[in-house]
Ligand binder design. Structure first.
Ligand SMILES: Cc1cc2nc3c(=O)[nH]c(=O)nc-3n(C[C@H](O)[C@H](O)[C@H](O)COP(=O)(O)OP(=O)(O)OC[C@H]3O[C@@H](n4cnc5c(N)ncnc54)[C@H](O)[C@@H]3O)c2cc1C
Length: 389
């Protein structure tokens, strides 16, 4: 986004300069491989390292862990810039910010420190594994077993639908240390290096987001030292899940950036393409849907920036983050769909628009569906007792 429309109360001159810097980089270095990476299904580690060298990965992390101590809004504007060029590659930013926050808040510095410094330099990729074959919405109802044996935890079970499952170098895993019926109060989180003996992985054939991909993780007696625990034993869910408010606002920005670039290209296209002796834009059936989506995308983006602004001030933002997470992906999908249709038959060919549509769709499910997000909003408004499930 450029010009006056990029100006708003959340972004000062420094953040706008950072956004422009990241935007130029993304256009030159990330955008050219967008279609190719969808075919090869491989994240470009050289690009990851470049992004790290430029300070584009998790800039909000403390300097002691290799970050820059910038706010969440800095992470947000960089995330938008990379996602605009390739949503799949911007998972590098998303996973680093989500996992980096979890590690820095809940890990032992001597264990997580080296991982975080590599994370920020773009030298390592961390995944997060909550979902199990039984289901993801009822997220606290975990079956993966974590047993403490002496100075180690032993992990047995399966995680599924995990982004970057087969490309990650380590994974934050949530499993049950408490009794089977202990719900959210018997869950422990661990940092597990992916080369740990007994851990095997698979890759799914995904509809979109193919460069990052998803897959399953199978744990067969995997052992990690007790010091790899994140947060307290049995408190993994209650303590660590708070990190998801951050990723929900970032996901909103991520998908809306894709909608924004699709809208910009489509405005240019409908001015230049003619039918019935006039530019397509002369028909209100063309220009009004675009104006409609443009309005909503601008509004939803401001909500995402507001959620990050609240986070940076230590103010409650769970409801706002959940709003970003359901509204953004639905709106982005509908907006890109409209853009694709206005490109006529060309929009249906393999290419930018259809790939964007496939890419944004994943986030109507990943990180929690709209129903679950609306329950979070409802609980914030009406109270947990009034909205039990
Ligand atoms: C692109 C993508 C990336 C992902 N990445 C990760 C990842 O990195 N790590 C990870 O752990 N997981 C990841 N997931 C999994 C994702 O978090 C789950 O798919 C999601 O939480 C939903 O769980 P489920 O698929 O098991 O659906 P289910 O829980 O079986 O739900 C099925 C349907 O029922 C609805 N439903 C369920 N309960 C309710 C209710 N109480 N009220 C109303 N409706 C309800 C749901 O909204 C959904 O539409 C990813 C998924 C996708 C698609």
């Amino acid at each position: 986004m450029s010009g006056a429309s990029s100006m708003n109360p959340y972004l000062d001159d420094d953040l706008r300069a950072l956004a422009e810097h990241a935007g130029r980089y993304a256009e030159e270095r990330v955008a050219p491989g967008f279609l190719e990476r969808d075919r090869t299904r491989v994240l470009d580690r050289a690009l990851m390292r470049e992004m790290g060298e430029l300070g584009f990965i998790a800039p909000e992390l403390p300097e002691a862990f290799g970050g820059q101590g910038l706010g969440s809004l800095a992470a947000g504007v960089i995330h938008e810039a990379i996602a605009r060029a390739d949503l799949s590659l911007s998972y590098v930013n998303l996973l680093a910010s989500l996992n980096g926050q979890i590690l820095s808040a809940h890990g032992r510095p001597e264990v997580v420190g080296p991982w975080m410094r590599r994370l920020v330099r773009g030298e390592t990729l961390l995944a997060i594994a909550l979902t199990e074959p039984r289901g993801g919405s009822d997220a606290a109802n975990l079956a993966l077993r974590i047993e403490r044996v002496g100075d180690e935890y032993v992990i047995d079970g399966e995680k599924t639908s995990i982004s970057a499952a087969d490309q990650a170098d380590a994974v934050v895993v949530f499993g049950r240390t408490g009794a089977p019926q202990s719900g959210a109060h018997g869950v422990t989180a661990l940092l597990v290096p992916c080369d740990a003996p007994g851990l095997t992985r698979s890759r799914f054939d995904c509809h979109g987001q193919r460069a990052i991909g998803r897959g399953s993780l199978f744990f067969d007696g995997v052992r990690v030292p007790v010091d790899h625990r994140l947060g307290e034993e049995d408190k993994g869910f209650v303590q660590v899940m708070q990190g998801f408010d951050f990723s929900r606002a970032l996901i909103g920005l991520q998908v809306l950036a894709v909608a924004q670039v699709a809208l910009e290209e489509t405005w240019a296209w409908v001015v230049q393409r003619e039918a019935f002796g006039q530019p397509l834009s002369a028909f209100q059936g063309v220009s009004h849907p675009l104006a409609d989506f443009d309005t909503q995308v601008q509004g939803a983006r401001l909500l995402c920036l507001q959620a990050l602004w609240l986070k940076d001030r230590g103010l409650p933002h769970s409801a706002e983050a959940a709003m970003c997470k359901w509204w953004g992906p639905k709106l982005a999908y509908d907006a890109v769909h409209q853009c694709l249709l206005l490109h006529g038959h060309g929009g249906y060919d393999r290419g930018l628009m259809e790939q964007r549509l496939r890419d944004v769709l994943g986030f109507q499910i990943g990180d929690g569906t709209a129903q679950i997000m609306k329950t979070i909003v409802a609980r914030a408004r009406a109270g947990r007792k009034a909205v039990p499930a």
